[in-house]
Ligand binder design. Structure first.
Ligand SMILES: [Zn+2]
Length: 110
């Protein structure tokens, strides 16, 4: 049984050990992009037809409805081989918006 060094409360584990008494949770701050605006932006900056093509692809690949936030994965080289060139559409979003990491959140509303 692990105890907090500061207050002696028994530590809990949720992904990692924490003290339920001393460690007040902070809201998570995560960047959320507006998907439709992103698609328009890429289209307007040198990729004619991007909005419709990418929108159709994302619609087939992910489940969402109005006012949802989805996590989109950046495809790896392997994914592009497996799922075809359309997955490069997603890579372009990550590239244009300088998104680090392999997932980004996008809100979708219409
Ligand atoms: Zn404590």
């Amino acid at each position: 049984m692990e105890k907090c060094e500061k207050c002696g409360t028994e530590l809990k584990v949720y992904y990692k050990w924490f003290c339920p008494k001393c460690e007040k949770p902070e809201p998570k701050v995560q960047t959320i992009y507006n998907l439709i605006r992103c698609l328009y932006y890429i289209e307007a900056n040198g990729h004619p037809g991007f909005k419709k093509t990418a929108w159709d692809y994302i619609g087939e690949t992910y489940n969402f409805s109005n006012d949802t936030v989805i996590g989109i994965y950046c495809p790896t080289e392997e994914d592009i081989t497996d799922y075809g060139d359309d997955s490069k559409l997603i890579s372009l979003i990550f590239e244009v918006f300088d998104i680090e990491g392999d997932t980004a959140l996008f809100e979708i509303s219409w």
